[in-house]
Ligand binder design. Structure first.
Ligand code: CA
Length: 469
């Protein structure tokens, strides 16, 4: 197999050596807490730990500098809903039909993550975890699919895929008042199942809820799923954050920067709260974006090609860092490919939680890999499918294959695109003619994986119609 460059634990700090011998078994007598901080449409280049120059993110950067920066961190789809469905279940979303952004129609069963799939909160509940979802849900609006019936003890946020940020714009009581597409951005926030009046900028409201949850439940194992919708459109920020970026001339980029900065403040408050309760060594913290930066929010995925919705790296490779103080090394870069699928596998391993044998996880426990105990690559292959566009992709080693239907607009260079990411991270040179055997083998592999998948269970987002009254 060419391209096996699975070297690459690059040491940026001094604590790595002492951790090489760390046990790969659960290291805490108490099961660890899990915090997943998920941003929305944030660009690969738009965090300090990936070199961002114009938007300081010192708090987000702490997760990388006090933990591990994963330079090849992937999500399983390049738009929100399918990516989140995989993250929250630890399974490729196309195995259970969550292959599209779900519509926001609460009357459609299985319009999200179907009930027969277990999410992280449901897997952890038997182990005594308290779980809260904060922010963007986007995993189903049907009453059977909402957070409180899907393993979460608490919810604060909104059920749809995007939202207005200013409280005065939240003029609809709930989804039943939505009378036209995208009006769901204006529903009031939910505290559990109840619409509530809010007064702060949305990102700050979400941070408040997350910090309060840790205050309430720091004495028991917890799972906090903090899904900021920033910096997804609409581009909206308060003067508090905008004033930090007067040097950015482009108005959209300035607002985007302010939105990222608000998230960074929130991450800082959350990390401080963990330290206050002496939870740093008992808490596994992941930071990532749900997909690459979008073409409409002034984000940057440089040097990657493409953006949100694309099969190129800019769609699926995201800012990704993980911290577990005392268990993972600090200040280390990890280069082999990792996935959002690994979050569930990591926590269930260290929580010693059970997984249904007929619905196994697609990820792996990252701890032995990130700690250096296991020098193999975590994933022999990673795969992607865009059902409606008939696109497939695979990454095997450093090779990336994108398999396109003949009528795909991206197929001007041919129906198969093969890149060597070790030399061409920008996916500029199609090697399918020069490495035909490699391309054929990868096509075979991704087609075999495709055979394991099912069709979508959700109608397309664009099919939404107002409920007749
Ligand atoms: Ca997104």
């Amino acid at each position: 197999m060419p391209g096996r460059r699975f070297s690459a634990l690059a040491l940026r700090g001094a604590s790595f050596a002492v951790l090489l011998g760390a046990s790969t078994l659960p290291s805490c007598a108490e099961p660890p807490n899990l915090i997943v901080i998920l941003t929305d449409d944030q660009g690969y280049a738009d965090v300090g730990f990936n070199g961002c120059q114009d938007i300081p993110t010192p708090n987000i950067d702490r997760i990388a500098s006090e933990g591990v920066r994963c330079t090849n961190g992937y999500v399983t789809h390049s738009v929100c809903g399918p990516s989140r469905a995989a993250l929250i279940t630890g399974r490729y979303q196309c195995r259970f039909g969550a292959s599209r952004n779900p519509t926001i129609d609460p009357s459609i069963p299985n319009n999200g993550v179907p009930k027969d799939q277990k999410n992280i909160a449901e897997l952890l509940a038997p182990r005594g975890y308290r779980s809260m979802a904060v922010g963007k849900w986007h995993l189903g609006t049907h009453p059977d699919l909402r957070p409180l019936v899907r393993g979460f003890d608490e919810f604060f946020g909104f059920l749809s895929g995007g939202h207005e940020y200013f409280p005065h714009k939240l003029t609809l009581r709930d989804l039943s008042e939505v009378d036209k597409p995208w009006a769901w951005y204006r529903t009031k926030l939910l505290r559990n199942e109840t619409p509530v009046e809010t007064t702060d900028y949305l990102t700050d409201e979400l941070t408040n809820a997350a910090v309060e949850f840790v205050d309430r439940h720091h004495e028991q194992p917890f799972f906090l799923y903090l899904a900021y919708n920033a910096p997804h459109t609409p581009l909206q920020a308060t003067e508090k954050y905008l004033s930090r970026f007067e040097g950015i001339q482009d108005g959209e980029r300035r607002t985007y920067a302010a939105m990222v900065s608000a998230v960074d403040d929130g991450v800082g408050r959350l990390l401080e709260k963990l330290t206050e309760h002496e939870l740093d060594e008992r808490t596994l913290v992941f930071f990532l974006s749900d997909n690459g930066g979008a073409s409409n929010n002034a984000s940057s995925n440089a040097p990657l090609r493409g953006h949100k919705s694309s099969p190129f790296e800019g769609g699926v490779r995201v800012p990704f860092a993980v911290r577990w103080t005392g268990t993972l090394p600090a200040g280390v870069d990890y280069e082999p490919a990792v996935s959002s699928l690994d979050i569930a596998a990591t926590i269930v391993t260290h929580a010693e939680a059970s997984v249904p044998t007929d619905r196994g996880l697609d990820g792996v426990d990252l701890v032995p890999y990130l700690s250096g105990a296991n020098r193999d690559a975590p994933h022999p292959a990673l795969y992607w499918r865009w059902y409606d566009k008939h696109r497939l992709a695979a990454r095997i080693g450093e090779q990336k294959l994108i398999f396109l239907p003949d009528d795909d607009a991206l197929a001007s260079d041919g129906p198969r695109l093969l890149y060597d990411l070790s030399r061409d991270v920008a996916e500029s040179t199609n090697l399918v003619e020069t490495r035909p055997a490699q391309a054929d083998a990868m096509r075979q592999a991704v087609m075999e994986w495709n055979q394991e998948l099912v069709p979508p269970v959700s109608p397309r987002l664009g099919s939404w119609k107002p409920v007749s009254k």
